[in-house]
Design a binder for this molecule. Structure first.
Ligand code: PBG
Length: 358
């Protein structure tokens, strides 16, 4: 037809036969799909732009929660030797830390109170004017709804024997008597304005007991973060200094045996059935298999607590120049995200938020 261009061969279009006229077709290596040298995973790592584009997991300040210790009677913050960079706060320094946390865009703060006076039943924990309740009120006054205000709901900071519950006549932790105490604590903390209660005592039935007490008092909006899978861990060591723990012995009759994984799923299942809004695994890095198993199994948000001992190990090694501190911080937190936790409690929260901003 007039005006129609003659069809050209592929060789003419690509110029392939001109470039390598002597190469017979059969000798051109055919791409070997799915293998080297065609496939080169390193292509996707060649620049930080491409690495960012293909990153599967990201850390964000809004997923980080900062634990804070408030010590009754302090006028100045006091250092904790086994947790360099973490302090026991005075009311004033706590307000400042809370403000900084909110400004850094953190997801929340988790408050722990250390009272002046301890007794067998942890009375300071239920006192409306107790150190933790005051800290909650101060925090709410400082940041309102800008960040999520969480409080630890456990007796160990308030009992003179340091256990997470009250004891029976033989000196064993009395599960059911403890639940009554937790219900009272829950009301005191909710009345003070806490948004989220962190149930860390590992008593059977604690979520249900606290939920029904809160609901009966009209606190239906208060969120329950259940430390569902909390292991009896040596990694809590520095925390015991931070809260001046009076504990002698161990918590092996209520916290989980590190040897068990399936049991964690059972604990989580029970807590969700009892009304947990968020479940937590603790510690984090030695239990990433549990974080992963839990997050693939449940539909509620999953948190992980990067605990004091995990923090202290990194700080100690970094102090000796043995590891690159900031790099290890971000790698540790990213690993917890990769395992499936969407919320991370970490003493590095405010600093990490700064690192993420660059
Ligand atoms: C108990 C509680 C503990 C931690 C948080 N809540 C200590 C324990 O169970 O012995 C440990 C946190 C940490 O090590 O950073 N209220």
């Amino acid at each position: 037809m007039a005006g129609e261009k003659p069809r050209r061969s592929i060789d003419e279009v690509t110029g392939l036969s001109d470039l390598c006229p002597a190469t017979p077709q059969a000798e051109i290596p055919s791409p070997r799909r799915g293998t080297f040298p065609t496939v080169r995973p390193r292509r996707l790592r060649n620049s930080s732009a491409i690495r960012n584009l293909v990153a599967e997991h990201r850390l964000h300040a809004s997923q980080l929660v900062l634990p804070l210790f408030v010590r009754e009677g302090l006028t100045e913050p006091r250092a904790i030797s086994s947790l360099p960079g973490v302090v026991q706060h005075s009311p004033e320094s706590m307000r400042k830390a809370v403000r900084e946390a909110a400004q850094a865009g953190l997801g929340g703060v988790m408050l722990f109170g250390i009272p002046d006076q301890r007794d067998a039943t942890g009375s300071a924990g239920v006192d409306p004017d107790g150190v933790l309740q005051r800290a909650i009120r101060d925090t709410i006054a400082e940041v309102g709804d800008e960040t999520v205000v969480m409080s630890d709901l456990c007796l160990d900071e308030f009992t003179d024997h340091g256990h997470c519950g009250v004891l029976d006549a033989r000196g064993n932790v009395d599960n059911d008597a403890t639940l009554l105490r937790y219900a009272e604590m829950a009301l005191a903390q909710a009345d003070a304005g806490a948004h989220v209660l962190g149930l860390s005592g590992m008593m059977d039935g604690q979520v249900a007991a606290v939920r029904s007490a809160l609901d009966a008092a009209g606190h239906t909006d208060v969120i329950l973060l259940a430390y569902a899978a909390k292991y009896a861990s040596g990694f809590f060591g520095p925390f015991r200094e931070a809260v001046e723990s009076a504990l002698e012995g161990d918590r092996n009759t209520y916290q989980q045996d590190p040897a068990n994984a399936r049991e964690a799923l059972r604990e989580v299942e029970l807590d969700i059935a009892e009304g947990a809004d968020i479940v937590m695994v603790k510690p984090a890095l030695p239990y990433l298999d549990i974080v992963h198993a839990v997050s693939s199994q449940v539909t509620v948000p999953v948190a992980a607590y990067h605990v004091s001992g995990e923090y202290a190990m990194v700080e100690a090694a970094a102090e000796r120049g043995w590891i690159d501190r900031e790099r290890v911080i971000l790698e540790s937190l990213t690993s917890i995200r990769r395992a499936g936790a969407s919320i991370i409690l970490t003493y590095w929260a405010t600093e990490a938020a700064g690192l993420l901003r660059g």
